[in-house]
Structure formats: C-alpha cells, structure tokens
Design a protein around this ligand. Structure first.
Ligand SMILES: [Zn+2]
Length: 283
C-alpha cells in the first residue's frame, strides 16, 4: 500500500523520488523527508547480514558507552527502555552502569540469542505498543531502529508517553541523504550504503522529535562503531571500513566547524527530552 501522507509532517503531496539505484522511494516536498513506499521488515532490515551477536555487541561497545554518558545526567528512577534491543549489547551495558533496563524486540529468535548471552530484562514487544506504564521511565533509546519502524513519529509519541516529565530519548539513525548520495557514486559499492524505511536527515529527525512532543532537541553526528561488527580484518571489505573511519574523521571536523549544521557522517545521533510541563510542549 502506498503511503498517501508524509509520516513526519502529514503533507499530502508525497511523490516518487527517482533514484535509479534505489527504487520505491517517496519524497515529501513540504518537509524534504525521503522514505520507502513499503516499510522494510524489522526482522530482516537491509544492510550487511546478521553478525555473530557477541561480535556485534563488542563492536558497538564504545558507541553504547557514549550513549550512556549522554543519558547519565537524566537518571532519577533508574529505568531505561531500549527499543529493538537486538542481541542486547546496550541493555547489558546499561545494567552494568546501574540502570534497570528493559530491552524490547519483536523477533523471538533474537530474544533467545540475548538470553544465551545473559542479557537481563528482555521482553517481546513492538515500538508501537511499549510494555511500560505511563511516565515510568527516565530514558528510551532507539539504536538504529527508529528508521526501520513503519511509523517513526508514532513510535516517538509512544516513547514520550512512557517517559517521566524531563525524561530523555536517544535515537541513532542512518544519515539518509549521505546513504542516498553513496548509491549514486560509481566507486562506492552498494553494500556500503543502507536504505531503511525512513531516510532521516538532521532536519527531518529533529522535526520528527518535535512533532512527537519532545523539546531541547539536539542532533549531532554519531560516533562510528569501534570496529566493523560485520567484517573481520582479513575480509577485503574491511578496507571499506577503514575508508569509512577516515571519512568519519573528516565529517566530525566539518560538523564542529559548522556548529553541527553540516552533517556528512554516515549516522546521526539525536537526544531530546519530554517537557517538564505540558504547557512547554504546547508551544
Ligand atoms: Zn513531510
């Protein structure tokens, strides 16, 4: 079924976006959002094949540690929810840092993997219906999952409702315009780019958070994973990863020089908070 309205601004003028290398994309001329005509399957998102779960968790350790540092000042109740927790690397690290985390995952097989790795607080659930009481959490995280779900603003609204006033949301997504550009460059293999359901830019990610009711929105370039969790150092494609690191360093410099306005890195990291008072969100 073709989406007739933009999932971020509600605009009705969405039209096919003609990218030869990536068919099936729509674009909203009102807010600039590019998104897939049909959402990707959460159980089999595009991108590299599933890595060994322990390797996947280990490769993302430093990235998750950055997330925990961003969340730490907002901890009061100590409760955190990770949406689409996968093999549970972030949930495990959050528990070690003193949080009481829950990780939700729609895929029973992935939940079993997390159980084998000793990850606490695993629940089978989807982003559209979080298994938490209203205003019961300090933090909700989306690690590379907000751009997979069919209704990202709906998922953010659901996150807002389970956060206490002043609670924080963190979302890491692929930097959509950069991945689309990569598909048009002849010297970059298609496997290097990933096109999820929603191709967020810095602007449309910020707008999604504000539309859902979040405030104090800040979108920055995300750190890379420390190692490529999908490829070993002996894999020829590992060279790609090294190129990616050089690119990321250049992108960090560009972001810093432009006051975070120029975001040319492969991923974005947003944080925002639920307003302390309802009147704040009605502005
Ligand atoms: Zn729009």
């Amino acid at each position: 079924m073709r989406a007739s309205r933009c999932p971020v601004c509600g605009g009705a003028r969405v039209a096919p976006n003609r990218y030869p290398a990536t068919p099936g994309l729509l674009r909203c001329p009102d807010c600039g959002l590019v998104f897939r005509e049909r959402p990707v399957a959460p159980s089999a998102p595009p991108g590299p094949p599933a890595a060994d779960p322990e390797r996947l968790n280990a490769g993302r350790h430093d990235l998750f540690a950055v997330g925990l540092r961003l969340l730490a000042p907002h901890r009061r109740l100590g409760r955190l929810l990770d949406v689409g927790a996968g093999p549970g690397g972030f949930v495990k690290l959050a528990a070690e840092a003193g949080w009481r985390p829950i990780g939700i995952e729609p895929d029973a097989a992935v939940l079993r993997l997390a159980a084998e790795l000793g990850v606490p607080g695993r629940v089978r659930a989807v982003a559209a219906a979080l298994p938490c009481a209203a205003a019961s959490l300090d933090a909700v995280t989306f690690w590379d999952t907000l751009d997979i779900v069919a209704d990202p603003v709906g998922a953010l609204r659901e996150a807002l409702s389970v956060l206490r006033p002043g609670g924080i949301v963190l979302a890491r997504v692929r930097n959509g315009p950069v991945h689309l550009l990569m598909r048009r460059l002849p010297f970059v293999p298609t496997s290097a780019s990933v096109v999820q359901t929603t191709l967020f830019s810095r602007r449309t990610l910020g707008r999604s958070l504000e539309t859902a009711g979040f405030r104090a929105v800040r979108v920055r370039m995300s750190p890379l994973t420390a190692r490529d969790p999908y490829r070993s150092e002996t894999d020829p494609a590992f060279v790609l990863h090294m190129g990616r690191r050089a690119w990321s360093a250049a992108a960090s410099a560009a972001a810093a020089a432009s006051g975070q306005r120029l975001q040319i890195g492969p991923s974005l990291l947003a944080v925002a908070r639920r307003p302390e008072r309802d009147s704040e969100s009605a502005r």
